[in-house]
Ligand binder design. Structure first.
Ligand code: AMP
Ligand code: MN
Ligand code: MN
Ligand code: MN
Length: 270
């Protein structure tokens, strides 16, 4: 069936490639089924789908919503009706929240003595910490983007600002109301073994339809424990590389994703 990668970022959020370049690269690496899942936006989807069609591969309309809990929880959405007005309003709200959060991070950096010159670009669509890390790097405050996260804006660093996204319930409902399937991304980033089942039960009540099982560094045992929870709740099982660039995320198509029949049916994969 060819290589599958259902978790990919482009320049439309914090990836490095344009949607067309991303599709070209995926194609050259043997990917036959992909999804563009930019943070809090679907603005690259039409371009990606156009290029995928030219190349004869399937590109699913997707996104990755940053939702609010104690910490970041990400919800992937697949097969969304891009024209749905409620969905567009939800995206608009997410963009506003991102802008406010970016300014809060800048405020914290300044209070911390970092006199960062802010590029206008930061008020564009789906800008966030990756773009702030780039500014810190380019203005010589750190030696690498990774250092920007470690030293200033990462989770345990002094200028960290929580995700201020919509609630988990809102995120799932937004995707479902636009005809999409909501999938819990990289579940082990924020939840441990025994807690996953309870957490997923609650999410299923909101309309969760799937869970990401194939993810970089999720070994056999981790995948099996997530798969058990997925099967308990009859959820679809997805996965992908979370590719952003050659520096961040894994290589496109490197996650060895295998889709079962139920998942293929729900996602409309031939
Ligand atoms: P935001 O969505 O604004 O919270 O930014 C989070 C994004 O920053 C993630 O989606 C990653 O792409 C990127 N990121 C997170 N941690 C690191 C890190 N340690 N080094 C480089 N990029 C990171
Ligand atoms: Mn990212
Ligand atoms: Mn994520
Ligand atoms: Mn991602």
């Amino acid at each position: 069936m060819g290589t599958i990668d259902l978790h990919l970022h482009s320049k439309c959020s914090d990836g490095m490639l344009t949607p067309s370049e991303l599709v070209d690269k995926a194609f050259s690496l043997g990917v036959k089924i992909m999804a563009l899942t930019d943070h809090d936006t679907v603005s690259g989807v039409r371009e990606a789908q156009g290029r995928a069609k030219e190349l004869g591969i399937q590109c699913i309309a997707g996104l990755e919503i940053s939702a609010r809990l104690n910490d970041e929880v990400h919800i992937l959405g697949y097969n969304i009706n891009l024209d749905n007005p409620e969905f567009q309003a939800g995206i608009h709200k997410l963009q506003e929240l991102r802008r406010e959060r970016n300014h809060e991070i800048i405020r914290k950096l300044r209070a911390h003595g970092i006199k960062l010159k802010v590029y206008d670009e930061l008020d564009g669509e789906s800008r966030g910490r990756t773009h702030i890390a780039k500014m810190l790097y380019e203005q010589g405050f750190v030696h690498s983007r990774a250092e920007a996260f470690d030293k200033y804006i990462g989770r345990n660093a002094p200028c960290y600002q929580n995700d201020v996204g919509i609630t988990l319930e809102e995120a799932v409902k937004l995707i479902v109301s636009a005809g999409g399937t909501a999938v819990l991304a990289h579940p082990y980033r924020f939840i441990r073994n025994g807690e996953l089942s309870n957490f997923v039960s609650r999410m299923v009540d909101y309309g969760l339809g799937g869970i990401e099982v194939y993810y970089p560094n999720y070994g056999k045992e981790v995948r099996q424990s997530i798969r058990l929870v997925a099967n308990q709740h009859k959820l679809i099982i997805t996965g992908g590389s979370d590719y952003h660039s050659e520096e961040y995320g894994s290589k496109i198509g490197s996650t060895n994703v295998i889709l079962n029949e139920h998942t293929k049916n729900v996602l409309g994969i031939k």
